[in-house]
Design a protein around this ligand. Sequence first.
Ligand SMILES: *[C@@H]1O[C@H](CO)[C@@H](O)[C@H](O)[C@H]1NC(C)=O
Ligand SMILES: *[C@@H]1O[C@H](CO)[C@@H](O)[C@H](O)[C@H]1NC(C)=O
Ligand SMILES: *[C@@H]1O[C@H](CO)[C@@H](O)[C@H](O)[C@H]1NC(C)=O
Ligand SMILES: *[C@@H]1O[C@H](CO)[C@@H](O)[C@H](O)[C@H]1NC(C)=O
Ligand SMILES: *[C@@H]1O[C@H](CO)[C@@H](O)[C@H](O)[C@H]1NC(C)=O
Ligand SMILES: *[C@@H]1O[C@H](CO)[C@@H](O)[C@H](O)[C@H]1NC(C)=O
Ligand SMILES: *[C@@H]1O[C@H](CO)[C@@H](O)[C@H](O)[C@H]1NC(C)=O
Ligand SMILES: *[C@@H]1O[C@H](CO)[C@@H](O)[C@H](O)[C@H]1NC(C)=O
Ligand SMILES: [Ca+2]
Length: 573
Amino acid sequence: MMILVFLWASISGAASVFAASLEELCTTFHTRNTLLKTQFQGLTLDQPSVTSQPVYNSSTTGQIFWPDYSGFDFCNVTFSYSHNGLKQDKVLLEIWLPAPKRFQNRWLSTGGGGYAINSEEESLPGGVIYGAASGQTDGGFGSFGTTVDEVILLANGTLNREVLYMHGYQAHHELSMIGKAFTRHFYDMADSEKLFAYYQGCSEGGREGWSQIQRFPDEWDGAVIGAPAIHLAQQQVNLLYGNIVQQTKGYVPPPCELEKINNLTIDSCDALDGRVDGVVSRTDLCKLHFDIESTIGASYFCPHSKDTSLIQNGTVSSKGVAVAKKILDGLHTIDGRRAYIWAQPSATFDYVASTFNPLSHEWEPEINSLSGGWVTKFLELRDVDNLSDLDDVTYDTLVEWMKIGWQRYEDVLQTTWPDLSPFQETGGKIIHYHGESDPGIPAGSSVHYHESVREIMYPDLSFEESTRKMNGWNRLYLIPGAGHCSYSSSQPNGPFPQTTLKTLIDWVEKGHEPDKLNATVLQGSRRGTEEELCAWPLRPLWKGNDSHMDCVFDLRSYDTWRDSFDAYKLPLY
Ligand SMILES: *[C@@H]1O[C@H](CO)[C@@H](O)[C@H](O)[C@H]1NC(C)=O
Ligand SMILES: *[C@@H]1O[C@H](CO)[C@@H](O)[C@H](O)[C@H]1NC(C)=O
Ligand SMILES: *[C@@H]1O[C@H](CO)[C@@H](O)[C@H](O)[C@H]1NC(C)=O
Ligand SMILES: *[C@@H]1O[C@H](CO)[C@@H](O)[C@H](O)[C@H]1NC(C)=O
Ligand SMILES: *[C@@H]1O[C@H](CO)[C@@H](O)[C@H](O)[C@H]1NC(C)=O
Ligand SMILES: *[C@@H]1O[C@H](CO)[C@@H](O)[C@H](O)[C@H]1NC(C)=O
Ligand SMILES: *[C@@H]1O[C@H](CO)[C@@H](O)[C@H](O)[C@H]1NC(C)=O
Ligand SMILES: *[C@@H]1O[C@H](CO)[C@@H](O)[C@H](O)[C@H]1NC(C)=O
Ligand SMILES: [Ca+2]
């Protein structure tokens, strides 16, 4: 059987595939044959595992990272491979290959979020609609639905290092390497033909994207990277910070009180950008000009169905404001040295959770399990899903946890390597975006990394000159009013960039520099309105509700984004 397949391959040659239809290519015979030609040292691709299935007239609607699109056909291929020498090792890939007449010589790798390394098919249409073969990996964790935290421990005390490194960067490297070769053979591309390679992902998926750009620079032509969790050791602990502020200050504000403080912040800072639209497009000006203590005494009311004990009715207290202010200030050691940052003002306090205890009639801190599970599994190596309490945890404990995670995972999960010269030299392009009101991963985290890269790569150039050079290949766009990898319901008039991969493709393949990034309002009464986003370090400014937006630079605003992390002796990039 093997011999026959080889024979068929050598007789059929290139021409037969060239004009083939989707039905002709999307067969087990052709995909197995394609896999046979796809060979890598150290990996065994499993022929019998191949599945392939044509999917016709598919559509994608209601996504935020790309527009609605219907009527596309693709070949859905899955197969597994293993690493030679490892026992019980199986990594599953899924690749969607556009119908041959729609294929545009492009590859797209897609990533995950939270502890997931993929988005279970949700991200794949985002490439297929632009003629890209698009892939996802299960990381070798057991199935596309299995997340890394479920398999990171072999037993209490024993880290699964294979899983760790696969998650950190290796699985994505293999996905793109195998996926690109498979795609070339599937369509029978000539060696001289260029296959453009792209990445698109947000949050953990953004971290995965940076892991590839930082480590495998010549594998990529471009990446669209959203709100990346790159300072992972800091980030995973940071979501406990709000709880520790509540605990330290001895006051757990009812969620409604924090929501009211945030609503008043949005109301007060809205106009600072020059346009009254319910969107704080300049959180930096909000930092400079808004006094959060002005919210003390405002009354709040949050009705709740049925359970009357949950009706929150009161006035914003000085204690509540003290908690909010301390959270916004970001984590410092007890003696006042900065260890990390929090979200920008106007971001919701969604990651400062509390639960109502009906017995005591009080609100109590609720541990975020993403963070709790990081501490138990990745730091303490205990196979339990969440911390059971935060007894004796102080600001210094959080800083200590950040340091332990940073040092232990510096070479695998901390994804902040700041020298991207090899990528820049190959001509690669980056569009990096971050919701300015992201409540979970601070927008400042993206700004900080972006500025670290600029300073490391262009140490001898002026601010203006180095910024100009960076924008020639690596651009950062903050999205006014947007939350974590999405728009935010508390600032419904804010836009979200929905055609970013197309913009990147035009930049890479046609040289169209994205001076500004297109974005669309995706909810509320202004739904469908097109806007543009300024490229960092320029910031939007309107001169009135109906006026044109200018992208301006002002040093005082810029300085509010620059922090020095003096809790550490090492530089945090
Ligand atoms: C394709 O799907 C759409 C619905 O998304 C349907 O209206 C249309 O009839 C379908 N076309 C074909 C050729 O099946
Ligand atoms: C793609 O193929 C896999 C494996 O057969 C299957 O589980 C999945 O549902 C398929 N997806 C689509 C969209 O057909
Ligand atoms: C791992 O340790 C936790 C306590 O930290 C315990 O609850 C659990 O049962 C242990 N698991 C195993 C498999 O021993
Ligand atoms: C905050 O504003 C939103 C509208 O944007 C409203 O639905 C909500 O009730 C407000 N919350 C409070 C506590 O006033
Ligand atoms: C801008 O719009 C807001 C709300 O739509 C309105 O209250 C305000 O008066 C307007 N400002 C100007 C200068 O038109
Ligand atoms: C909130 O409480 C005040 C007094 O505590 C009361 O006068 C008011 O009616 C309450 N509002 C609502 C909507 O329940
Ligand atoms: C994490 O554990 C805490 C404390 O046991 C609990 O309050 C919280 O609901 C848990 N979180 C999740 C998402 O399970
Ligand atoms: C951005 O929007 C403008 C105006 O709607 C449009 O002409 C342009 O093609 C868009 N650019 C991209 C890359 O989609
Ligand atoms: Ca505004």
